[in-house]
Design a protein around this ligand. Sequence first.
Ligand SMILES: *Cc1c(COP(=O)(O)O)cnc(C)c1O
Length: 366
Amino acid sequence: MTGRRERYVLLNPGPVTLTESVRESLMQRDMCHRESAFSELMGEVRDRLCQVYESEREAWTSVLLTGSGTAAVESMVGSLVTGVGTALVAANGVYGERMESMLKHAGKNPVMVRSDWTDPIDFDEVEEQLKQVSSIEHVIAVHHETTTGRLNDLDRLAAICSRHGKRMLIDGVSSFGGERLELDNWPIDAVAATANKCLHGIPGIAFVLMPRAFAEGLRAGAPSLYLDLATNFAAQQKGYPAFTPAIQSLYALKRALVELESDGGWQQRYEIYRSRSARVMTALGEFGIEPLLISPQDRSSVLTAYRLPAGNDYDSLSEPLLEQRIVIYAGQKELERIIFRIAVMGDLQEDDFQTLIATIGQACVS
Ligand SMILES: *Cc1c(COP(=O)(O)O)cnc(C)c1O
């Protein structure tokens, strides 16, 4: 059981290639979530999540949910958007559009500011809508739109929100722990994220960060019982989760957060991701492979979308890579035939990139 497994290099946007120590953390003792030992573990993880961004120690709180990143996002928008027309969603990809669907499932009718997936958020239109629709309370956006690898400009969105007295709800699922988030400077009511992307844990636990004072004023009222933030927060504040959590996933998340801290925190992770992404881009450029987003400031450090080279479809790249136990990621929907994506999260080594680049070079048609 404990022998070395075949190592897979996951270059998809989560789950990630684990460190051995995170993997081993899964093998700890069986535990009941009503034991005081669990309460301590949960408390430590909730605190550590609030410290990833060095925000004032007491100013933020976190709520854990058992589910994938989507559970945290749905919990956030379902619990915090209270009126029918009180949210604006700025969407430029799959995940922004998914938040629109969540709100509609919850009987809400958000004001949508849509952009083409390859375009930035339409900030002028966001501002125009905020001027025209006084019922809007929350502006909702994705930080890193994984669809295209675009890092949406939250500085600009935050400035617009501040000017108009609006609060932000952020899908930070694929940026939390690897990109800059100005928790104390942006007008944020909540950020949703997950254990198994930039934090390098395993799937199973997702979470929502909120300013503590805001969280303490929450009332139950989400359309979902399981995902109601107020209910989950109140239970966790008393020391125990409302429902059975993914206990092993929490073991792994604690270990991963300890490693994030000892590795130098999110800033260090950001630098590593950036240098990995730059290296891959330079090498692929020599094969004539171009990034989808041309401007460097548009691109995240975490993931880059590349145009499929002429003559290659996705399978012609992904299959030879899979033979080398390297997993890349296809485009979604209308981008499926146009791009492939390479994420650089996880416990990756120099060799992995050499194999990646050489294999893609051989697979390229001309
Ligand atoms: C991965 C991701 C999600 C959540 O996806 P799950 O499959 O539910 O974990 C949400 N938003 C963004 C931006 C993501 O990259």
